[in-house]
Design a protein. Structure first.
Ligand code: ATP
Ligand code: ZN
Ligand code: MG
Length: 302
């Protein structure tokens, strides 16, 4: 049995994660949720004075806007769509027949207007664009959403439905890159306060296929993405628990996000992987929260 399986098994045995029979789809215990709630409070204490506008979207988004986002060009392998039965009485009878004999009953399901949200910030850009030009001070938003990614894995830190807390900044290049740097510094400080050793490194998104290789190189060469890494299931390949992304003016151009003077907005987003941070805490401090170092408990619960 490898290390990954054993940490997942320990999480199941302790009840912190609840097995559903699908890799990467887990229930969470009250204790696990309590750690996430406490960590989100810590995020609030670091970010609260910035005056971000909070918005919460459900874990599904408008399919037409998802199509416009270009997600299927870059990450078709990760997307999840919501399909439903839209047939007649007769179609219903053949559907039940199909299920009865164990045939594929899903093939006649039709796409709905909803797809699963791939990252917490995706529903935000078109929402803000509809308001017209951004104010002089730019835009700063506080988001949290369950996100879906089709990447089934035995690694408990790679889930298919997980929560992302995000701050998104819109403004000039200087404004949004300052924002990103501020959160990199804060991220390191926050993790220190909860007793976790981190490294920060340049990173890339998992762009699909041969054309994706060029996107990967471009993203790394230009330092567009950084990750804050903490060892959870491997010390050789530590896990990204936060990411810091600078989109240049690409989302501004795509969605028509403009500044007060009419110039195209630059954007950046900072994401916290909430389950991953909770898992890092349980991995490093033990599965019993009562046994965690006093300083860590104090930071999280006062
Ligand atoms: P990875 O490199 O591990 O695939 P990512 O770079 O694709 O992660 P982002 O797209 O930057 O991740 O998402 C923001 C944050 O959401 C990540 O820093 C991570 O903490 C969290 N996250 C991403 N994918 C998952 C997942 N499958 N399960 C749990 N958390 C995730
Ligand atoms: Zn984002
Ligand atoms: Mg990554």
């Amino acid at each position: 049995m490898d290390m990954q399986t054993s940490f997942l098994d320990r999480l199941f045995e302790s009840g912190l994660l609840i097995d559903t029979g699908v890799d990467g789809l887990y229930g969470r215990s009250g204790q696990f949720e309590d750690v996430i709630t406490a960590f989100e409070r810590l995020i609030d204490t670091f970010g609260g004075a910035d005056g971000a506008e909070a918005m919460r979207f459900p874990p599904g988004m408008n399919r037409a806007l998802f199509e416009k986002s270009g997600y299927m060009k870059s990450f078709p392998q990760l997307a999840g769509t919501v399909h439903s039965f839209c047939g007649s009485d007769l179609d219903h009878m053949s559907l039940l027949q199909c299920m009865e004999v164990g045939d594929d009953w899903t093939k006649d399901q039709k796409a709905t207007d909803i797809v699963l949200t791939p990252a917490a910030c995706y529903p935000l850009y078109p929402t803000v664009a509809k308001r017209g030009n951004l104010p002089k001070t730019g835009g700063l938003f506080d988001l949290q959403s369950y996100c879906f990614r089709h990447e089934p894995s035995k690694d408990p830190a790679r889930q298919q439905l997980f929560r992302m807390r995000e701050y998104v900044c819109m403004g000039t290049e200087q404004h949004v890159t300052d924002f990103r740097q501020r959160w990199m510094d804060r991220g390191v400080e926050m993790m220190k306060q909860v007793g976790l050793d981190v490294t920060i490194d340049v990173a890339n998104d998992p762009f699909f296929g041969r054309a994706g290789k060029m996107m990967v190189n471009n993203q790394r060469d230009q330092n567009l993405k950084f990750e804050l890494l903490i060892p959870i299931t491997s010390t050789v390949n530590p896990t990204a628990c936060m990411s810091f992304n600078y989109h240049q003016d690409s989302f501004g151009l795509k969605w028509g996000l403009n500044l007060e003077d009419g110039s195209v907005a630059h954007t950046a987003c900072v994401g916290f992987g909430l389950e991953r941070i909770a898992l890092a805490l349980f991995y490093h401090h033990g599965l019993d929260v009562k046994e965690w170092p006093a300083s860590v408990r104090k930071t999280l619960w006062g």
